[in-house]
Design a protein around this ligand. Structure first.
Ligand SMILES: [Zn+2]
Length: 310
């Protein structure tokens, strides 16, 4: 930032080619971003000290607890492809993940924890005063997505203490690859006509698997919430049930608009699928989504062949 105008222009030119944006952000924005990138823990500390209430933490913790309980339930009841020993080790990892810390969540393999920065809990992802189905469709899904990364093709290399220690045994790897192949094919079929480019199903598979498992876990976690606390009212003037609004919330938190350059860059380089397909891909695999919206089997959003790992 202390460089001369020539360098700023060079940067702008680069941004124009890669992202299609020519204007640089205001100086205050660049300064905040630089400090946050260099000293994230310090910025978080100051933010929490001045703006974060224990009320938010308590309510968000309840939501995260429901996600964790659902994941444990999933590990122990629905996963025929995990042999006994791998499942026991997965449960060890789950116990560690349960020490979940509190706008973008990430999985830290070495510490075996999911970190959800406090700032994410006071915006579009989450608000303590809005209906739970909206929060579960966005932040619970995000937390579940990150938890699943601890158990995927990358997470399997790290044990409960975060040490490099491959913990999958027996045929688990073969079963996983077989299930993952379904996602590689499904997402590899998504094609962006105006760019003449297809999604890379292989490069994006871990993220797609985390999206699919994440939304399934988040929906079960919301059902768990309703069993304990009772049903919630819908939103005035919107003709949707609370269950439908859960899925609407998932869709809206991925709402995005890309210019040609940034979409091309995303498809060619990113480990994530463009958001439109992150939504449609995961929802067309979901039995819960189809049930809630009465999508006939075989229609575009309720495919006959559904991919699933978790
Ligand atoms: Zn991810």
């Amino acid at each position: 930032m202390s460089l001369t105008e020539d360098w700023v222009q060079m940067r702008r030119q680069y941004e124009r080619v890669i992202h299609g944006t020519g204007s640089s952000r205001p100086r205050w924005h660049q300064c905040v971003k630089t400090v946050d990138t260099a000293l994230p823990a310090l910025v978080s500390h100051l933010y929490i000290k001045h703006y974060f209430s224990t009320d938010i933490k308590q309510k968000a913790s309840e939501l995260i607890d429901n996600v964790k309980l659902e994941f444990k339930h999933t590990l122990t009841t629905r996963q025929a492809w995990l042999d006994r020993q791998t499942m026991d080790r997965a449960l060890d990892n789950w116990r560690r993940v349960s020490s979940l810390a509190m706008a973008n969540a990430f999985y830290n393999t070495v510490k075996n924890t999911v970190v959800i920065p406090a700032g994410i809990l006071e915006g579009v992802f989450y608000h303590k005063d809005r209906p739970n189905y909206l929060n579960y469709g966005s932040i619970a899904k995000t937390a579940a997505h990150e938890i699943i990364h601890g158990f995927d093709s990358h997470g399997r290399h790290f044990d409960a203490d975060g040490n490099v220690n491959y913990w999958w045994t027996g045929d688990t790897d073969r079963h996983y690859r077989h299930k993952a192949k379904c996602f590689v094919r499904q997402y590899g079929d998504y094609y962006v006509d105006h760019l003449g480019l297809g999604v890379n199903g292989a490069r994006t598979q871990a993220e797609n698997i985390a999206d699919n498992g994440g939304i399934k876990l988040a929906f079960s976690a919301y059902e768990r919430y309703v069993r304990v606390n009772g049903p919630e009212p819908g939103l005035p003037a919107l003709p949707y049930t609370p269950e439908q609004l859960f899925w609407v919330s998932y869709g809206t938190h991925y709402c995005a608009k890309h210019n040609k350059e940034s979409l091309k860059n995303l498809i060619l380089n990113d480990s994530h699928t463009p958001k439109q397909y992150r939504i449609n891909g995961a929802l067309s695999n979901s039995h819960d989504f189809s049930r809630v919206f009465n999508c006939p089997l075989g229609s575009p959003m309720n495919s006959v062949h559904k991919c699933s790992v978790w």
